[in-house]
Structures are given as C-alpha cells and as structure tokens.
Design a protein around this ligand. Structure first.
Ligand code: AMP
Length: 118
C-alpha cells in the first residue's frame, strides 16, 4: 500500500500554495514573517528541503546549510532589527514545536530584558 506524506506547511508556502510575507529567498533557504509575531520583528528562516525535522538533524546531516542559515539570519537582522537578535529552534512538541520542518525563529527588538520567553 502506498503511503502518502502530506507536504509540510512550510513546503506549501515555498510552493506558493499558501501566501506569506516573504522577506528573503535563495535556492536553499526562505524567510518570511511569522503569522503570529511574538516580538516586533519575528521572522521564520527555513531551509527549503523538508528532509530535516529539527536543528539537530540539520546540524548532523547538513552543517553547511545550517551555517548558511545563520549567516542569512545575521543579514536579515542587519536589515530588520539593527543586527541584534534572538534565535530559537523549538525542538519537539514539549518545547513548542508545531511544524516538523526545521525552522529558526528570528526575534528582534526591542526584546524584554532578562528573560528567554517570547
Ligand atoms: P513552531 O511552533 O516552532 O513549530 O513554529 C511554527 C510557527 O509557524 C509558529 O510561530 C506559527 O505562528 C507560524 N505559522 C503558522 N502558520 C503560518 C503561516 N501561514 N505563515 C507564517 N507563519 C505561520
């Protein structure tokens, strides 16, 4: 019996099946505004491949892609929030992960001092 796997929400955004406010795109990575922002600047930075569910898998299998993602985060932070940012990879449902296609939350300021909370 054939098993069909639903494309992830982010794969559907990459395919333009779901609209998003896209702020960056190259062959490997896309970035767009989070639909429910938790900070004045809240971008999702997403490898286009749906192969990796979380940052641990990405780091183990494709470290150059993770490094490129971090470099793009800095570039986006330079453009959107003065070069300073908080980077969050929710990993697992108990940590708040809801989309199992690896993505970074870029949160920019001003952010509350003295807390890691969003
Ligand atoms: P996580 O909970 O870490 O898996 O992050 C998933 C993020 O996707 C959440 O912060 C959501 O607000 C965000 N999100 C869900 N649907 C959309 C959408 N259509 N466009 C942009 N961001 C979305």
């Amino acid at each position: 019996m054939a098993i069909t796997v639903e494309p992830s929400l982010f794969t559907r955004i990459i395919a333009r099946e779901i609209p998003a406010d896209i702020v960056f795109e190259n062959e490997r990575i896309i970035a767009f505004r989070d639909i429910a922002p938790k900070a004045p600047v809240h971008l999702l930075v997403v490898p286009k491949t749906a192969e990796f569910a979380n940052v641990t898998e990405l780091a183990a299998a494709a470290p150059a892609l993770l490094a490129e993602l971090v470099a793009i985060v800095q570039q986006l932070a330079d453009d959107h929030c003065g070069g300073q940012y908080r980077l969050v990879f929710n990993t697992g449902p108990l940590a708040g992960q809801t989309v199992f296609h690896v993505h970074a939350h870029l949160l920019g300021g001003p952010l509350p001092e003295g807390t890691l909370g969003q």
